[in-house]
Write a protein that binds this ligand. Structure first.
Ligand SMILES: [Zn+2]
Length: 303
């Protein structure tokens, strides 16, 4: 792809706090597909960051067309891939535990927004949850159907869900991709039951690795990641949408994975090895300060 998108979204007002003082923060390359440069702005008032002039929903499709983005392959070739599959297995178990630990009941109605190829839904189905998935990629929905017999819905379905019908809504690294941030947060509140729980995983721009890698930090992932959160500004957003932040949990594997990709972005010799070692250091440092971990899981309850 060589042409810049025609239809881009220029944000003039901070979607978190409403301030119009957005100042330049970083210029990042789209390392994954186009090598185009996108600017990230920071809100002077609340410190939230956002990708400026990102392609609108109808034009962003090609930016996802990269082999590396298909993290769903079942190939076990190569050590990185094997590690990835092991990590996925452990991560699935950990996600399932988080649901069990925070849900107000043993089973119920669970919605996973951005359900991808359906591994998490399948895991929760095996734990007797009644699961629904929303996934915008046709290929991923097809995979979920073939592999698990799972019928996932497309994006529009979110707004057809009746109010107060979900016990758990999960978004694993999804919210940062969604153009209509406030609309989604508002709707999340609507569809959750009064004792429902939202579980939202996001990259952490206040992490040790983000501070170290700066414009090479793989979790800026422009222009696919539109919003760049820290614990403070996500708490602010949640609060505005009448959610109480119950707990923050670190996603430890991301320290390794994101460092590895960031070293690749920098073009480092033996990037995988260097990334894993540095990721290990960031992981160890974040043990003492979990709010500086590469990715965080936010547990929200309705106020
Ligand atoms: Zn702001």
């Amino acid at each position: 792809m060589t042409d810049k998108p025609m239809n881009t979204i220029n944000t003039k007002v901070c979607p978190v706090c409403g301030s119009s003082e957005l100042i330049p923060f970083l210029s990042c390359e789209d390392f994954l597909t186009t090598k185009e440069v996108f600017n990230i702005c920071k809100c002077k008032s609340c410190n939230f960051a956002l990708t400026q002039d990102f392609p609108a929903e109808d034009e962003i499709g090609p930016y996802y067309d990269a082999p590396a983005y298909i993290s769903h392959s079942d190939s076990h070739k190569g050590i990185i891939n094997s590690l990835y599959h092991l990590a996925r297995k452990i991560a699935l178990r950990s996600k399932s535990k988080i649901v069990t630990c925070h849900a107000s009941k043993k089973t119920g109605m669970l919605l996973d927004i951005g359900s991808g190829t359906g591994y998490f839904l399948n895991k929760m189905k095996s734990k007797k949850w009644i699961v629904t998935g929303i996934e915008k990629s046709d290929a991923a929905r097809k995979y979920a159907k073939q592999k698990f017999g799972m019928d996932c819905q497309n994006s529009e379905y979110l707004y057809d869900i009746p109010a107060k019908t979900k016990d758990i809504v999960t978004m694993w690294h999804v919210l940062e991709h969604l153009e209509h941030l406030n609309k989604v947060m508002e709707h999340l509140h609507t569809i959750l039951k009064d004792d429902g729980v939202a579980i939202i995983a996001l990259p952490n721009k206040d992490s040790f690795d983000a501070g170290y890698y700066k414009e090479y930090w793989a979790a800026y992932d422009v222009p696919r990641h539109l919003w760049h959160f820290s614990p403070a500004d996500f708490k602010y957003l949640a609060d505005r949408h009448h959610f109480e932040l119950q707990e923050i949990r670190p996603m430890n594997f991301d320290s390794f994975y994101i460092s590895l990709l960031s070293e690749q972005n920098k073009g480092t010799f033996m990037a995988s090895l260097v990334g894993l070692v540095k990721g290990g250091i960031f992981f160890l440092r974040s043990l003492a300060n979990k709010k500086r971990c590469s990715s965080l899981i936010y547990i929200l309850k309705k106020k």
